[in-house]
Write a protein that binds this ligand. Structure first.
Ligand code: 8YV
Length: 327
């Protein structure tokens, strides 16, 4: 019989995905759902034909320098590949794939939930009831801001950015975006979206900013202290992309000082650590990186990983190969 590839999976995946992988591959699953240590990762890359990491595994140049001759594919369980040094991998002849498309709608839903929940103070309202602090209705109490008729500025108009735009448009927001490239006119027309070549100018004019670009060297602290200060003090900031895109310390200072109305954050610069000052603020709604966390989405991601591995093993170009031009 043909030898099955040795596939090392770093984290626990949904049962159906693990079962299918065991049928198809010589699958080695991590025992216990916790991130692999650096030593375990090194051990994995030394022996595996295929590595399936997640966002919590840092596959940097140092780890890759230990890779054994069999390692040909890193099939990331996730869309963002900022956990992997893709250039270092490619230089060693290792292909990298991700799982785009299948988590677009779920992430956009979570983003829309934050766009609604932060200006309407939903988290604060829940806390008031839980703390038995509701003393009755009042016409001027717990007032939020309406999002209908307001301007949403999307930073990064890829699949997820566009899915957020569709939702926000249905909620009566006007759509604005900044992106490296302008999206095709047909998409702009459908979304009635306005393109801003200057991120600075867009930031200064929006009521809500939502971040949807990947974390790359070019987008690290894209929303720097200087840029955050361009936002209107009554504006809100939402991030379901990557914490590193925003200068979190600067954002925290601004939220504390009341220089921004509020923020909805699903991702952080030093996960799983969250700035304690952010946690204390009433102006923010914080979630523990749940943007794509649906049962269906995780199964879809697993299927994508399996398709990428099988296609690669059959000697073809895997559908979700990450190219350096995408970084
Ligand atoms: C996952 C994500 O939590 O895909 C991404 O980029 O941030 C999330 O969907 C993570 O990637 C799993 O590896």
């Amino acid at each position: 019989p043909i030898k099955k590839p040795l596939v090392v999976v770093t984290r626990t995946l949904p049962d159906v995905v693990e079962t299918r992988m065991r049928e198809l591959f010589d699958t080695r699953l991590n025992d216990g759902d916790r991130p692999m240590s650096q030593a375990e990762l090194v051990e994995a890359v030394k022996t595996a034909d295929v590595l399936v990491p997640t966002v919590t595994d840092r596959i940097d140049a140092a780890v890759l320098s230990q890779a054994g001759p069999n390692l040909r594919l890193i099939a990331n369980f996730g869309n963002g590949v900022d956990n992997i040094d893709v250039n270092a991998a490619n230089n060693r002849g290792i292909t990298v794939t991700n799982t785009p498309g299948v988590l677009t709608e779920d992430t956009a839903d979570m983003t829309m939930a934050l766009i609604l929940a932060v200006p309407r103070r939903i988290a604060e309202g829940i806390k008031i009831l839980e703390n038995n602090e509701w003393h009755g209705w009042s016409p001027t109490w717990m007032l939020g801001r309406r999002i209908w008729g307001k301007r949403l500025g999307i930073v990064g108009m890829g699949r997820i950015g566009q899915a957020v735009a569709r939702r926000a448009k249905a909620f009566g927001m006007s759509i604005h975006y900044h992106n490296r490239r302008r999206v095709p006119a047909k998409i702009e027309d459908t979304l009635e979206a306005t393109y801003w070549e200057s991120l600075d100018q867009m930031l200064a004019r929006m009521d809500v900013i939502s971040v949807h670009c990947p974390h790359t060297p070019a987008t690290y602290h894209l929303l720097s202290a200087r840029r955050l200060k361009l936002m209107k003090p009554e504006a809100y900031l939402v991030n379901t992309a990557r914490g590193e895109v925003i200068d979190e310390a600067a954002l925290t200072r601004m939220v504390e000082a009341g220089e921004l109305a509020g923020a909805g954050l699903d991702v952080f610069e030093h996960e799983p650590a969250v700035n304690p000052k952010l946690l204390k603020s009433e102006r923010v709604l914080l979630l523990p990186h749940m943007g794509s966390a649906t049962i269906e989405g995780r199964i879809d991601m697993g299927e994508k990983v399996i398709i990428n591995i099988r296609t690669f093993m059959d000697g073809h170009r895997p559908p979700d190969r990450v190219l350096p031009s995408m970084l």
